[in-house]
Design a protein around this ligand. Sequence first.
Ligand SMILES: [Zn+2]
Ligand SMILES: [Zn+2]
Length: 368
Amino acid sequence: MRPRARVDCPWIAGGTMRSFVFRGPGEVGVVEKPIPRPGPNDAVVLTTAAMVCTSDVHTVRGAIPVRSGVTLGHEAVGTVHALGSAVEGIRVGERVAASGVTPCFQCEFCQRGLSSQCGGRMLGGAKFTVQVDGNLAQYFLVNNAQANLAPIPDALSDHQALYATDMLSTGFVAAEHAELDFGHTVAIFAQGAVGLSATIGCGLRGAGLIIAVESLPERAELARHFGADVVVDHTRCDPVARILELTDGQGVDAAIEALGTPATWEATLRVTKPGGRVSNVGYHGEVSEPLTIPLEAFGYGMSDKQVYGGLNRGGRERLRRIFRLMENGRVDPTRMTTHEFGFDEIERAFSMMAERADGIIKPLIHFG
Ligand SMILES: [Zn+2]
Ligand SMILES: [Zn+2]
């Protein structure tokens, strides 16, 4: 085993790095910050590549409350720069990924199997940006590193590995909460990167009919590429009526909300058959009015429909399982990457994401 970098060495403790930060609603910028030093259970990673997420855009808009000056981002990979004294099984210099959600795996929520809700606060397992500095920076600190860092297999590029950190993990959560069985029917509302990942996840879970709801032609084409059998364009027809028609009037076994709007939320309840599941992964924090439940579609409370709101579960074991799917060729999500930027161009990536400019779906950020 190679010697560990000691955290008390001045040449590791010193130095600054460039970080892309939130300054206030609608305001971002690059600042110099000290390179973080790991506590006993932490690791510091030298960033090699990252991605911007729709939830970063929600944060900049002020829809996810964070402190001014916090580093943005939660989807990054790199090489281990420094390790805390208690971290075992990881080497300095190793290529690693951390999930966008980094639970402690020690609290009561984690011990009950709810690592996504670590600590019991809103977005509990999501530490990056929400609770601590994120990873759109030259270095980033990973809490509880032994449980949260996964070595990246040699067969996978940084680009592929990045998809395991949030998009596939969150899309797969949507499919897991949908409780799909072989041959089940499912409708997925919106085919952004999370919706497309949910489409992949539903295919892997054995769905027999995957209906994607999407109007943008590039996203509709990707939905088909990733396994959708039918794409319903909600600008050309009533998607609820069309989905009921496609399922002989019964509705689907499960509907997935991957956008975060009141209209798509209500539609998921309307297209789900009695006893079916609504699986929500869309973030609803950009709208101030409460979500409503259409009473007739909910059987006035008697429909046996279940509603599940889910978040990425995080952790090394989950990353390793998603890596295995990519290593063996069952999944290659990289076609979702529509644009590439250098670190100095992150602000442009953000504004393009906010404006949905030039058909952007997922931007890849190169470091160095
Ligand atoms: Zn994300
Ligand atoms: Zn926890």
